[in-house]
Design a binder for this molecule. Structure first.
Ligand code: NAP
Length: 464
């Protein structure tokens, strides 16, 4: 499509999966699309969330690369909404603004000792091993025998696996070099994963639970007693549960029956109906020495099967606690925020003010729209739903008329908003550099983990 034919411009804030699927849809609708991201690199959680030992999942970036190469698409990395550009700045320049910023905060347990050294949100650990530049200076003390992971979702399994992978398994991945070094020297022998509800309510998906059996040096331990279902869970599993929950329980029964594989030196222990009530440690705010936990039972409350403490407590000794109990969105710029849900306030993708009225020209997509759930592909349908709202609004004349109209002027303005702004060509130069570093080691890439190095590699493209 030539510039003359392009009638509308959209900016997407956030270069993760939901941002790219939205770009795809908008380009197909004839929009010109600019995408900005706070990081110099695109792909959001595919780059800095997906576990490095899941390289196949990351191949989805090829789809995003194809979208980025389409005419009408531009990328500007290193620009933060609320710091380098304001909400109003964007509204002044685009007909449509789509926020695809994800949910970058972690939920809190709200128990004593949560912030002791040695107790961290899993999100920080994930960012660290994935080479997120904000986590380049993190340090995790892995000179401990046991780690406890709180939560029963796929992120909990990701971090549990990463803690017990063999150095050779890590060495062929794109795990950040600093994390490979630290994890290879780790003393952790056992990782205990705590689910507050029962096995029937675990949020893992089947492939993630099944692949624990493939860990080279770690065996899986499940206490058969933990798998004795209470009446309500048994009925729910029989009558209402989806196949994933049923298969999870079957897999857990297989693990319990087999016991840990012979010859394994490490353990992943999956425990259920157990909640942390206090993170214990040396002195008032010294390092973690254990977790005091309480045994729960399942009780039906308002149609939901909930964990209720029985009062039976014990202490699990450990030196590291990773809290993996879900993410929540962070309020950004002056966008309307739903504190209770931790999301940008919206109605089916249309950003709404306190009064519930739509904010014309502003939309959300992905986790900041619907909450942190689903797999990467879930965002495709989610983006299509939001773009359908955009089109509905355009057709009924509910659009903004921006003050600045010239795409070249907008480009120059965006490039001037920060000292270093990485364009798509800049990202390609970073990508090339990382792959070249990885190739001699048989790795997909060696990630550049410092802003300075990323910007420098990105600048190489501009110099060409
Ligand atoms: P999640 O699937 O929502 O799991 C959160 C877990 O935390 C649940 O087990 C929840 O238990 C538990 N939890 C919440 N509050 C708690 C509390 N106060 N105390 C103890 N436990 C608590 O979240 P996630 O693991 O962060 O994953 C986010 C999304 O990304 C999910 O859709 C996931 O499938 C996806 N993901 C996919 C992959 C993959 O495909 N390989 C990898 C990583 C992530 P309750 O159920 O009792 O609330």
């Amino acid at each position: 499509m030539s510039d003359q034919e392009v009638t509308r411009r959209a900016v997407i804030v956030g270069a993760g999966p939901s941002g790219f699927y939205t770009a795809d849809q908008l380009l197909k609708q004839g929009f010109q699309v600019d995408m900005i991201d706070v990081l110099p690199t695109p792909f959001g959680l595919v780059r800095s969330g997906v576990a490095p030992d899941h390289p196949n999942i990351k191949t989805v970036t090829r789809v995003y690369e194809k979208i980025a190469r389409r005419e009408g698409f531009r990328f500007f990395g290193g620009l933060a909404l609320g710091r380098d550009v304001s909400r109003q700045d964007l509204l002044d320049r685009y007909h449509v603004v789509v926020y695809a910023i994800g949910t970058s905060d972690d939920n809190r347990l709200g128990i004593p000792g949560e912030d002791r050294p040695g107790s961290y949100p899993a999100t920080r650990f994930v960012a660290w091993y994935n080479g997120h530049p904000d986590a380049a200076d993190e340090r995790f003390d892995l000179d401990v025998e046991r780690a406890v992971v709180v939560g029963n979702g796929n992120v909990a399994l990701d971090v549990a696996r990463m803690l017990v992978l063999e150095p050779e398994e890590l060495a062929v991945t794109d795990t950040a070099d600093h994390a490979i070094e630290a994890l290879s020297g780790s003393s952790i022998r056992e990782v205990v994963v705590l689910g507050r509800r029962g096995p029937a309510q675990a949020a893992f998906t089947n492939p993630e639970l099944r692949e624990l059996a493939d860990l080279k040096r770690a065996g899986v331990v499940v206490d058969p007693k933990d798998l004795e279902l209470d009446e309500a869970s048994a009925r729910w599993l029989e009558e209402e549960a989806d196949p994933t929950a049923r298969r999870n329980v079957e897999l857990l029964r297989e693990y319990a029956a087999q016991g840990p594989r012979e010859g394994t030196t490490h353990r992943v222990v999956l425990r259920f109906l157990t909640s942390p009530v206090e993170i214990l440690g040396e002195g008032e705010d010294g390092p973690v020495t254990g977790v005091r936990v309480v045994r729960n039972r399942i009780e039906e409350q308002d149609g939901r099967l909930c964990a209720v403490p029985t009062g039976e407590e014990e202490v699990i000794e450990c030196g590291l606690v990773l809290r993996s109990i879900g993410y929540r969105g962070r309020p950004v710029a002056d966008l309307p925020f739903d504190e209770r849900r931790g999301l940008i306030r919206n109605e089916g993708g249309r950003v709404c003010g306190e009064d519930g009225e739509p904010c014309v020209g502003e939309y959300v997509v992905g986790w900041i729209k619907r909450g942190p759930s689903g797999v990467i592909g879930t965002n495709k349908k989610d983006a299509a739903d939001t773009v359908a709202k955009v089109i509905e609004d355009v057709e009924s004349g509910r659009v903004r008329e921006p003050q600045v109209d010239d795409p070249e002027e907008i480009r120059a303005w965006l490039l001037s908003r920060a000292e270093d702004v990485v364009t798509w060509e800049g990202w390609e130069a970073i990508d090339e550099r990382e792959k070249a570093l990885g190739e001699p080691q048989g790795r997909p890439r060696v990630k550049l983990v410092r802003y300075q190095d990323l910007f420098e590699a990105g600048r190489a493209a501009a110099a060409k």
